[in-house]
Design a binder for this molecule. Structure first.
Ligand code: MG
Ligand code: ZN
Length: 220
């Protein structure tokens, strides 16, 4: 009876995610779940984002990885509220991980919570962690076929990013095909192209995060 067990795991996760969402909502925190493959630049994007937003918002980050504290160490340079979640063999964050990590933070001191999921384009998509928005990140170095091969992130994400556009001229990447596959899967999909390293194209992303935060309900 494998299928009922799997369904049950997801059901418990969804219940925990709903609790996280309520807790975050009560604290007026806007939570953004970043999902992308290893090496797509999730941490680099967060470094840039924290640098650009931390004057205006009190940010916090939960960094999910199987092992090491390296991402948290990188991000701590730009943000005083970083929690590293090591999942061991777990290939995605679950709502329970996020609930535990939130215990390490004073939610009253936070406006924006970034959740860097474990590098993986597959199961993080299916596990609600209580975020308000899901962002899918692709990069030019991964190849143009990733949206077609990983349709669920395209369909589930509130926003898609194409990172590393500074490398476009150095890698084989058919941007038209990439965008065509995205539109085929989800015609109203929103895509922003940027480079977290050079900051080219970063402003629309920053503006989107501001809008999401400002759309969240006021302190309760
Ligand atoms: Mg990372
Ligand atoms: Zn997984």
């Amino acid at each position: 009876m494998n299928i009922p067990v799997v369904e049950n795991v997801l059901k418990i996760n969804d219940q925990l995610a709903a609790l996280n969402r309520r807790r975050l909502g009560q604290a007026s925190i806007c939570a953004i779940n970043l999902i992308g493959a290893p090496g797509c630049g999730k941490t680099a994007l967060l470094e840039a984002t924290l640098r650009l937003l931390s004057a205006d918002f009190r940010c916090a980050v939960l960094a999910g990885d199987l092992a090491t504290q390296r991402d948290a160490d990188r991000l701590a340079k730009y943000c005083p509220r970083v929690v590293q979640i090591n999942t061991g063999k777990g290939c995605h964050l679950e709502a329970g991980h996020v609930a535990q990590a939130l215990e390490q933070l004073n939610l009253a001191d936070i406006d924006l919570l970034f959740i860097e999921n474990v590098g993986n384009l597959i199961c993080p998509v299916g596990f609600d962690v209580g975020q308000n928005y899901k962002v899918g990140i692709f990069s030019t170095t991964e190849g143009d076929d990733k949206p077609a091969k990983h349709p669920y992130i395209v369909m589930e994400a509130d926003l898609l990013l194409l990172n590393k556009i500074d490398l476009l001229e150095h890698v084989p990447f058919d941007r038209e095909l990439f965008e065509h596959d995205i539109r085929r899967l989800k015609p109203d999909s929103r895509l922003l192209a940027l480079s977290a390293r050079t900051l080219a194209g970063i402003e629309p992303w920053i503006e989107q995060v501001r809008q999401w935060k400002n759309a969240a309900p006021g302190k309760q």
